[in-house]
Structure formats: C-alpha cells, structure tokens
Design a protein around this ligand. Structure first.
Ligand code: SAM
Ligand code: SF4
Length: 335
C-alpha cells in the first residue's frame, strides 16, 4: 500500500476495501420491494460499462486497497458476458463473490468454480411457492429452490437473503431457521428498506427486535447462540444449538452498521455511490471515457460520504419520502 491508498478513506476515517459492482439493471424476476410495478427505465446499452470498462475501473479500486468485489445487479447472471467479466476480474488479487436470485445459476457452476468464487448470496423471500410467485411476480420457485440445493452440494458457501415484510412472510421466520437444521447455510433476515417506488413504510418492516422476539419465544433463549460477527459484517449472527447452519439479521433501518462500513457501490452505468442510501452519485464512466484519470473523482466521492445512511441519520428522517425518493430503486443500485 502507498499514500494513494488514502483515496478510499473518508472524512470519518473509514477505509473502503469492499466494492460491489452492479453488472446490469435487468432482471428475470420483479421483486416488489426492489423495483416499482411499472418497471424502471433502463439505461441505453451505450451508457452501461462494457466488460473492459468494468475491469479497468475495478483495477483502479484494487490498486488503492479494495480486497473484495461482489458482483450484483439487477440479476448479474442475465448479462451475456457475465463469464467474461468474471474471468477478467479473477486476474485481480481480490476475493470475488456474487449475489444472485439463482434462477439460472445452474448454468454457471463451472465458471464460478474455475474462477474461485466461494461465497454466493441468494435471495429467497419465501419457502412457500405461492408467496414466492407473489413477491417476485414470476413462477420460478422450483428452479431457485433446486439451485440452492445444487450450490450447497457443489460446495459453495451459501447465504440466503430474505427481506421480511409484516403480514407477508414474518410467519416464516421459524421455517427459515429450521431450513438451517440440516443444511450448512446462513439465512439472513433483512429489514425492508426504502427505495424509490417500493412503497416502503415503517409499518411494513419487521425489525431486528421483532425477529429476536419470535426466535427467543419459539426456540427458548438458551438454545439461541450468538456467534462472533466478522469485522465490517453488516449482519448480527446467531445459530440454534445443534443446527448445522446459522441465521443472521441485517438491520439497516433500526440498527445501522455505518460506523464500520467499508463498502462502495458501482452501478451498471458507471456511477460511484458512496452509500446505499446516498442520493448523490459520481460519474466514473464518463470520466474514464473522456480519457481522464478517475482517481480524483473517487477520492472526492469517498471523502464526502456521510456518517450515517446517506444523511438519514434518524428513523424520523428515513420516514420522509422526499429524502429517500431521490435515491434509485434497489434494482439499479445493486444490492
Ligand atoms: N438479483 C440479485 C438478488 O436478488 O439476489 C442481486 C440484486 S438484489 C438488488 C440484491 C439484494 O438486495 C437482494 O438480497 C434483495 O433481497 C435486496 N433488496 C432489494 N430491495 C430491498 C429492500 N427494499 N430492502 C432490503 N433489501 C432489498
Ligand atoms: Fe431482481 Fe434481485 Fe431485485 Fe428481485 S431483488 S427484482 S431478483 S434484482
């Protein structure tokens, strides 16, 4: 590391070593909490990063200290050159991982293995076929379920992401945890977050405290074991005694983990977002295409990162729609 590494340090002393790259705004599902019903206006193809541009930008971040890259979207696997991008990024000295809805992941097992991807996060919001179809607006439950079992069989470390919504899937918390009884997976319950067009309101959210109450009531407190959380981990990890897998809670709304945040996000159209909740972006792609160095743009964007949740530092502010509606839908940020 040299002095230049400092471009990834913000004004609150946080060092950013983790880059999440969105490869596409497209998706083969239509999750209600992620995108508006009417869909989203897609960026023209010429405004999206090519695979060479993804690599060139990633290389600069790695040069300045990024050690971990996660590919996301939209659904990263619907991008036609996904395998080429993965192969290019695998040339860099970073840990590569992916977040996917797993609908077509069975076609990518070999390329993921060859390029040393070990950790795969899969979205699954219900273990009930009808509910899954309702939330994703697509009938793909069996594909996703079987692909999750396939990934485990092939030796990947699998984490399931379930966004909980009151009256919809909060009655499945215990079923999800029981899914970890014989399977070496982690189920992560995510508090429903506000993004443009997803009709968020606080009353739909199932909080960390709600979840732990269900769990402690159902399993009895002394069977619920707190696990050590990794540094910079966004989740609070637990397991049930004698279960093979574990569960976790990502409480971005009621208990944000901004103090130890080490993440930056690059959207598919080459905009750097210094925070998931930030409504401002910095245009790396135009700078790169103009033949100018992107380091100064990165430095300025990172330095300007606000201390908590893009400035929505209280629950009160988070509930003001005009503050979060300036942000994109999750599908175009890259979760
Ligand atoms: N298509 C992939 C998938 O579904 O895993 C990757 C992209 S998706 C945007 C990444 C993650 O964001 C998913 O785990 C999804 O559950 C989460 N997500 C999307 N909208 C959300 C919201 N409003 N609140 C909390 N999590 C959300
Ligand atoms: Fe697609 Fe993932 Fe968003 Fe669902 S959460 S619509 S699978 S990008």
């Amino acid at each position: 590391m040299n002095n230049e590494t400092k471009i990834l340090q913000d004004s609150h002393g946080r060092n950013h070593t983790y880059l999440r790259i969105s490869l596409t705004e497209r998706c083969n599902l239509r999750c209600t909490y992620c995108m508006p019903e009417a869909g989203i206006p897609l960026s023209p193809k010429s405004h999206l990063m090519t695979y060479e541009e993804v690599f060139d930008i990633a290389k600069i971040f790695v040069k300045h200290g990024v050690t971990k890259i996660r590919l996301t979207g939209g659904e990263p696997l619907v991008r036609k050159d996904f395998s080429v991008i993965l192969e290019k990024l695998a040339l860099l000295p970073v840990e590569l991982s992916i977040t996917s809805n797993a609908v077509i992941i069975d076609r990518f097992i070999d390329v993921l293995k060859t390029n040393d991807v070990k950790n795969i996060n899969v979205s699954l919001d219900s273990l009930n076929r009808d509910k899954f179809t309702h939330i994703t607006r697509r009938n793909q439950f069996d594909k996703v379920y079987n692909n999750i079992l396939l990934l485990i069989k092939k030796g990947f470390h699998v984490k399931l992401n379930a966004v909980l919504m009151k009256g919809f899937n909060d009655d499945e918390i215990i079923n999800f945890i029981n899914f970890t009884k014989d399977l070496p997976i982690s189920v992560r319950f995510i508090e429903f977050m506000p993004f443009d067009g997803n009709k968020w309101d606080m009353s739909k959210m199932v909080s960390y405290a709600d979840i732990m109450k269900y769990v402690n009531d159902s399993f009895l407190e002394n069977n619920v074991i707190k696990l050590q959380d990794a540094p910079n981990d966004t989740s609070k990890n637990y397991k049930i005694k004698d279960y093979k897998g574990s569960f976790a809670i990502i409480s971005s709304v009621t208990n944000p983990f901004c103090d130890s945040c080490n993440r930056l996000r690059l959207t598919a159209n080459g905009q750097l977002k210094n925070c998931l909740f930030s409504s401002t972006e910095s245009d790396l792609l135009t700078t790169l295409r103009g033949g100018k160095p992107i380091e100064q743009v990165i430095k300025k964007a990172v330095f300007a990162k606000l201390k908590v949740r893009g400035g929505m530092d209280t629950l009160n502010k988070l509930q003001k729609p005009h503050l979060h509606s300036k942000n994109r839908s999750m599908i175009t940020i890259g979760g």
